[in-house]
Structure formats: structure tokens, C-alpha cells
Design a protein around this ligand. Structure first.
Ligand code: ADP
Ligand code: MG
Length: 238
């Protein structure tokens, strides 16, 4: 059974249609990269999957069940944003465990989960630091740590590396893939960076003007684009 299914999914804000009739089956553990021009609805789709926006038309299925009316906190999905939104007055460990504390997870369990996530992310020596004492890459790792400690079934990333310089982006790409190999969680990763899409994806989903233009493995899209839009989007060098 597919993990996440978009079934004729549509979203409007009032009279403005963002997308209509999106259909996609995402398998458990798959790394999907979602690409498309600014304003085509990528963030809206992620927010809808996370439960932060309501479905306007069609159905969203998780593990075969329709979750259109399931609140975000019951979906077991964690989202990582481009802006890290760390709490400035809390140290790294507290930033990572805050949501767990709100969820009533015991102190011992929290600290064990923070230690495990910090180990994966190479943050173990920074747990007592404040966000302002960290580099951009380290802050992005803390934001990922907040998602990992929740042990969600799926991760959604919304352009997580776009604030970082090219060298760090390259490094973090590899790290995110490694974390994915280790945790084997379904991941949907939004980017407008072709290199990220080509190097990270199991399958790339190309969106344009509220439609899915093509879905396929990176090599397949590169060699065999369905249309001019996909060809130019995938084929243009960075
Ligand atoms: P992307 O992430 O691909 O750049 P978005 O999903 O952010 O695109 O936006 C898609 C479209 O939906 C845009 O035209 C945007 O203005 C519109 N939109 C997004 N959120 C809202 C909202 N809360 N209210 C009204 N329009 C919105
Ligand atoms: Mg966006």
C-alpha cells in the first residue's frame, strides 16, 4: 500500500485556485523531490499534507485512510522550513525537545531522543549553545533535529537549504540523504535547485501552474522529458 496518496487533490483560497486534480502515489520510505517555479503551489501542497491547510477538493490518503479532516498533530508528519524559527532564548537541547515537552514526553525520554538526534546530526557538542552562537548550517541542523526527535513517519522539507551558501548546501545535501538512508522515512523535499533534485531524489515531481507535469526518476526526466517545460526545467545548468 502507498504511504501518501494525492487523489484528485485540489486547493483554492477563496476564488483563487492553486491546484486542481493532483494525483500521486508516494511509497513508504521514498525520497520525493518536488520542483517547480515560484508560486506554483509547492508550499501549499506540503502544508496540506502536513494538515496546516484544509483540502478543498479530492482526498489525501495516508496509509490508505482519508485524512482530510485529521488534525496536523495526529498525522505523525514533521515539517522543516527554510526559516529555522528557533527559540532565541532556548539552548539547542531545549529547542529540540520543546515540542516533546508540550506533548507530555518524560524528561528522561526527551533527553534520550535529543541525544540520539544530536548524534545523527553532529550536534552533540553544541547542545548547551544558544541559536545566536551557531552558524547557519548548525541552525539548520537544529531545525532538522526538532523534526527527528518526534520520530515522525514522514518528513516534509520546504526549501531547507536556500539560506545557505553553495558549499554548505552541497554538504547538507549529502547529510540529508544519509539521514534518510538511516531512518528510511518517507520524505517530500521542495526545492527550486535542479542539482538538489537530480542528486537527492528517488523520484522527482515537476509541478507547474497548479499541475503535475511529470513524475519520474532523475535520469528518466533528464533523458525522456514529457514536454518542453520539464526539459528546460531539468536540463538547464545551475
Ligand atoms: P510555491 O511554494 O510553489 O512558491 P505557494 O504554495 O507558496 O507556491 O503559493 C501558491 C499560490 O497560492 C500563490 O499564488 C500564493 O499567492 C497562493 N497562496 C498561498 N497561501 C495563500 C493563502 N494563505 N491565502 C491566499 N493565497 C495563498
Ligand atoms: Mg514555497
Amino acid at each position: 500500500m502507498s504511504h501518501i496518496v494525492l487523489d484528485h487533490l485540489g486547493k483554492s483560497f477563496g476564488a483563487s485556485h492553486v491546484f486542481d486534480d493532483l494525483n500521486l502515489d508516494i511509497e513508504e520510505g521514498e525520497f520525493i523531490v518536488l520542483v517547480g517555479p515560484s508560486g506554483c503551489g509547492k508550499s501549499t501542497l506540503l502544508r496540506l499534507i502536513a494538515g496546516l491547510e484544509d483540502v478543498s477538493r479530492g482526498n489525501l490518503l495516508i496509509d490508505g485512510a482519508c485524512v482530510n479532516s485529521t488534525p496536523a498533530k495526529k498525522r505523525d508528519i514533521a515539517m522543516v522550513f527554510q526559516s529555522y524559527a528557533l527559540y532565541p532564548h532556548m539552548n539547542v537541547a531545549d529547542n529540540m525537545s520543546f515540542a516533546l515537552r508540550l506533548a507530555g514526553v518524560s524528561k528522561a525520554d526527551r533527553s534520550q531522543r535529543v541525544d540520539a538526534a544530536a548524534d545523527i546530526l553532529g550536534l552533540s557538542h553544541l547542545l548547551k549553545r544558544l541559536p545566536r552562537e551557531l552558524s547557519g548550517g548548525q541552525r539548520q541542523r537544529v531545525a532538522m533535529g526538532r523534526a527527528i526527535v518526534r520520530d515522525p513517519k514522514a518528513f516534509l522539507f520546504d526549501e531547507p537549504l536556500s539560506n545557505l551558501d553553495a558549499k554548505l548546501r552541497h554538504k547538507m545535501r549529502g547529510e540529508i540523504r544519509k539521514i534518510h538512508q538511516r531512518l528510511e522515512r518517507t520524505t517530500i523535499y521542495v526545492t527550486h535547485d535542479q542539482t538538489e533534485a537530480m542528486t537527492m531524489a528517488d523520484r522527482i515531481v515537476v509541478m507547474n501552474a497548479g499541475q503535475i507535469e511529470q513524475v519520474g526518476e532523475p535520469r528518466e526526466l533528464y533523458r525522456d522529458p514529457d514536454n518542453l517545460f520539464v526539459a528546460s526545467f531539468i536540463g538547464t545548468p545551475e
